[in-house]
Ligand binder design. Sequence first.
Ligand code: NAD
Ligand code: UDP
Length: 332
Amino acid sequence: MVLLTGGLGYIGSHTAVELLKAGYEVVIIDNLSNSKEIVKEKIEQISGKKVKFYKGDVRDYELLEKIVKENEIDSIMHFAGYKAVGESVKEPLKYYDNNIFSTLALIRLMQEHKIKNLVFSSSATVYGRAESMPIYEDFPVSATNPYGRTKLFIEEILKDMYVADNSLNIAILRYFNPIGAHESGLIGEDPNGIPNNLMPYITKVATGKLEKLSIFGNDYNTKDGTGVRDYIHVCDLALGHVKALKKLETNSGLVVYNLGTGTGYSVLEMVNTFNEVCGNKVKFVFAPRRDGDVDMCYASPEKAERELGFKATHTLKQMCESSYNFEMKNKE
Ligand code: NAD
Ligand code: UDP
């Protein structure tokens, strides 16, 4: 059985579906700080299988103990955490407390109950300003904001745990830019308030909830001057987790993988492709660069392909279509 922390969130819910499809049983703990309980039913509806759900905080060690007593957990996927860069600059304590303490509670649980396998949601943000593209897993890591620092610190903590006990199997997955939604339109990205990220912002402009997109910077050293990122369909990303878990089950030890496509698209390419899909509803203006943004960021996906047999297959158009489909179905 696999315990998914934050399993009702965007990436966790899609991963739950893929795990169920692959024949795993899934238990979810989520405090609903950034998700809704109805997502559990949607996961069940898509997969035709049952999911056990505990409403609560990963930092609540008593609850974690209750979960392992009631379920035979052999692996954990740790998605729970806060993820907004800007908010982390304003409220660093909130980020250190949630992201770090939740991980420490899980590590303690693993130690005390001899749970050996852990998949951790890290981020391409740990590469900071990379010297060259594409980004390989052995590039130097750094952080430019408290959110990124929580990811960096947790990676270091996990490495220390592994040095102390090399019977552990830990996969650190560095996600590039997850977008898109399940083809059913039942689950997808549903941020509270005004989105910070590009794709949810675009979808809200397309459905008339926001007036226009501001493109942050058109003077970068890129193909058309706008920022370039490696967008990966969330269902591909979810499949990457199943592959990573299978790797851990071979007693892999600690492993680190980029999960990306290897292709960078500019903001303008994103807008143009989305406009093809929705019928030119995305209006935009150019605005100044956003603080802290890098010009380009895309992965080398080679290691994950070589060692996990993982390759993202969705096209940019499919990513845009699925995002739009989810937004249209969930407008209210
Ligand atoms: P999300 O906010 O949709 O999902 C996180 C879930 O965790 C939410 O359902 C939230 O309610 C829950 N949660 C938060 N703190 C909790 C706690 N203490 N106890 C129990 N539940 C808690 O975010 P997501 O996009 O699915 O991201 C999942 C993970 O992937 C995060 O760790 C995030 O930092 C990482 N990540 C995300 C992206 C991205 O672009 N979405 C990129 C790189 C890394
Ligand atoms: N971006 C933009 N307008 C927005 C949001 C994002 O132009 O309203 C740009 C941003 O500058 C970056 C790209 O879109 O070049 C992806 O940004 P996002 O916040 O989605 O991801 P990240 O910066 O974390 O890679």
